[in-house]
Design a protein around this ligand. Structure first.
Ligand code: CTP
Length: 408
């Protein structure tokens, strides 16, 4: 996948710069051509001689070559590359990239880049957590750049390690996956996919709600996977943590709070979709009345009467047209398979993804999941995997069910 690919590797002034050598070695081993562009601060951490020995190319760091005064064209580099990777990327360089402060060769190359850009931040946790850095990273994402860090993207999510540069082999894996997807012609390319994710909150009074433990991680992983295969994703998302961010520019996120709001958004979108994956943990009931003031303690027992919410999946199942695919989830605690089978039929799903709360590492708030896919023609069990890989299995299955050359 990396054979013959031209990669511009930007190196900035971080202690993690030594890891760039490992990145270069792996990229070269896999057949890529690497051109290093380094900032003046980067050279304090690693010598251009080491880098040029590894890449078999002179390292670029100044606008003019010191040897013969020839001009290094950042515009040419922008056209030459199949991808640009900036690893390590310091807070300072990230800030300059976000704001177009082109005071060195690396930033000018970044601004002229015509190929996709991947950025692996490296700094200490406090710098990384600062709102300024976070805002700059969001800005870069909004430019379509992919941030590679422990805990995001399609890699196994780790809780600690924020700010630390992702390991070289994982960085290279991200590039490999990117080129693999670019080369494979997915049936999802150009198709519209609706995905629901996260919990719903059902208001009791102005400060309280009924909710559930869903984090939205599985739905977000599915959205990234479909978008990476070229789909246009409508992600209808209940209240999830602020750290849940989408990366791919093909994902359009619609935030809702209650099951009723999610129902309305989905019913409006579904007729123009090719498929829908219903991953949200929708509350089945909602309070009949919402108190307009905060409910006070009285010392007595408290009863809240609930009414059923609309079943989004069943409603979409009813209006599903020939050629549309509907995928559901079932999170069960007992009689898993027979419950899932019943939901498959009742909601008119093409297949249902079953995860059991009995399986360790599966279900809510984890970074991994263990699923069984159940369709009319039988079931497939999968081992415990990171949610990003589970998303790949689910989307593979969806593609396998799509007829060739289905119109958008
Ligand atoms: N679902 C939905 N709208 C609802 C409830 C569920 O779209 N109001 C979807 C979920 O997103 C999931 C599937 O239906 O894809 C099954 O959800 P689940 O909560 O397991 O099913 P329920 O019908 O609520 O059944 P249960 O009685 O087990 O809660």
């Amino acid at each position: 996948m990396l054979e013959g690919k031209k990669i511009v590797l930007g190196i900035t002034g971080s202690i993690a710069a030594y890891k760039s050598c490992l990145i270069i070695r792996q990229l070269i081993k896999k057949g890529a051509e690497v051109q290093v562009v380094i900032t003046p601060a980067g050279k304090e951490f690693i010598t251009p001689i080491t880098l040029s020995a590894l890449t078999h190319k002179p390292v670029i760091s100044e606008f003019f070559s010191q040897r013969d005064g020839t001009w290094h064209s950042h515009v040419d580099l922008g056209l030459w590359a199949d991808a640009m990777l900036i690893a390590p990327a310091t807070a300072s360089s990230i800030g300059k990239m976000a704001h177009g402060i082109a005071d060195n060769m690396l930033i000018t190359t970044y601004l002229s880049m015509k190929a996709p850009v991947f950025i692996a931040p490296a700094m200490d946790l406090d710098m990384y957590a600062h709102s300024s850095t976070q805002e700059n990273l969001k800005t870069l994402q909004s430019y379509g750049n992919q941030i590679i860090e422990p805990g995001t993207g399609f890699l196994a999510s780790k809780l600690e390690g924020k700010g630390r540069m992702e390991e070289p082999e994982n960085i290279v894996k991200v590039l490999e996956c990117f080129f693999a997807r670019q080369e494979s012609s997915s049936k999802l390319a150009g198709k519209k996919v609706l995905i629901t994710a996260g919990p719903t909150y059902e208001k009791i009074d102005p400060v309280r709600f009924i909710g559930n433990y869903s984090s939205g991680k599985m739905g977000f992983a599915l959205a990234e996977e479909c978008a990476a295969r070229g789909a246009q994703v409508e992600l209808v998302c209940g209240p999830v943590s602020a750290s849940m961010q989408t990366l791919h520019p093909n994902i359009h996120r619609i935030d809702v709070e209650s099951a009723q709001e999610m129902y309305e958004a989905c019913m409006g979108l579904f007729p123009s979709m090719k498929s829908a994956i219903l991953c949200a943990a929708v509350a089945d009931f909602t309070p009949i009345t919402v108190a307009s003031e905060k409910i006070k303690r009285t010392g007595e027992d408290m009863v809240i009467r609930l009414k059923p919410n609309p079943d989004i999946a069943a409603s979409l199942g009813k209006v599903k047209q020939e050629g549309q695919l509907l995928v559901g989830f079932a999170l069960e605690t007992n009689d898993e398979e027979s419950n899932a089978q019943a939901k498959l039929k009742k909601k008119n799903f093409d297949f249902i993804v079953l995860n059991s709360l009995k399986d360790q590492g599966a279900g809510f708030r984890t970074d991994t999941n263990k699923i069984t896919i159940i369709a009319a023609d039988g079931k497939t069990d999968y081992p415990l995997k990171p949610k990003s890989e589970v998303a790949r299995d689910i989307v593979d299955r969806m593609e396998a069910m799509m007829p060739d050359g289905m119109a958008v």
